[in-house]
Design a binder for this molecule. Structure first.
Ligand code: DX5
Ligand code: ZN
Length: 219
């Protein structure tokens, strides 16, 4: 199975963003964590920053919205022409309507689940989404420890995707490094977000290491 490595720009040096964007050019997608200080206790980027990041990036953008009321705010990100927009199940009022709207604009639609959010209600809705993001830490901050307790959700999702034949990407985000990526790949993930693990060393080498490790253990 093809695997994707999406470095999180949250772990970059914010006063050298263009330099750090260039350092992840060998990755598949740039993961951009949008936080509003309400859904999570941290504040990061808005649409203007996303627009500039997209302008200087050679790889497409994977937007992770950790915001309240995505029904209202998410479409504006899709309108920027980003590759994918993922909103949180815990924050959305009408997940299917929003996913259809994002797809209508031309973005891939993703739904994200916090560690404590069960996956069962979303299994029958899989055709409505291009990606399910299983959070492997509580959203809000980089540099946290991977939570093994979230892996049963991935196993269930992988089985559901396999039985339906749908091309829904299964993304993990939080505490992914060369050790935990093995656990997530074996559980069924195919799309891996990594912040600290990419930027703490040479990003090109880290991306290559994560990619080969994930590919060796993916389904
Ligand atoms: C956390 C963010 C993650 C974060 C991951 O809320 O969604 O994308 O940047 O950072 P690491 O890989 O350092 O856990
Ligand atoms: Zn994220």
């Amino acid at each position: 199975m093809a695997v994707r490595i999406n470095p999180s720009i949250l772990a970059a040096d914010f006063v050298n963003l263009e330099r750090d964007v260039a350092r992840i050019a060998t990755a598949d997608l740039m993961h951009v964590d949008v936080m509003d200080n309400h859904f999570v206790p941290n504040l990061t980027f808005g649409p203007q920053m996303v627009e500039r990041l997209q302008a200087v990036s050679s790889i497409p953008l994977d937007i992770h919205l950790m915001i309240d009321d995505p029904d209202r705010w998410a479409p504006a990100y899709a309108e920027l022409g980003v590759f994918s927009v993922t909103f949180h199940a815990e924050a959305v009022a009408d997940a299917v309507a929003l996913a259809r709207r994002l797809r209508g604009i031309g973005a891939r639609a993703g739904i994200a689940l916090k560690p404590g959010t069960p996956v069962e209600p979303y299994l029958e809705l899989l055709p409505e989404f291009d990606q399910v993001l299983v959070m492997t830490v509580e959203p809000g901050f980089g540099g946290q420890s991977f939570m093994d307790s979230t892996m049963p959700k991935l196993v269930e999702l992988r089985a559901a995707v396999a039985s339906t034949g749908l091309d829904v990407w299964l993304q993990v985000d939080g505490g992914i490094d060369e050790r935990t990526i093995v656990i997530a790949a074996e559980a069924g993930a195919d799309t891996f977000v990594a912040g600290s693990a990419v930027f703490r060393g040479d990003p090109t080498a880290q991306i290559a290491l994560l990619r080969s490790t994930a590919a060796a253990h993916a389904h």
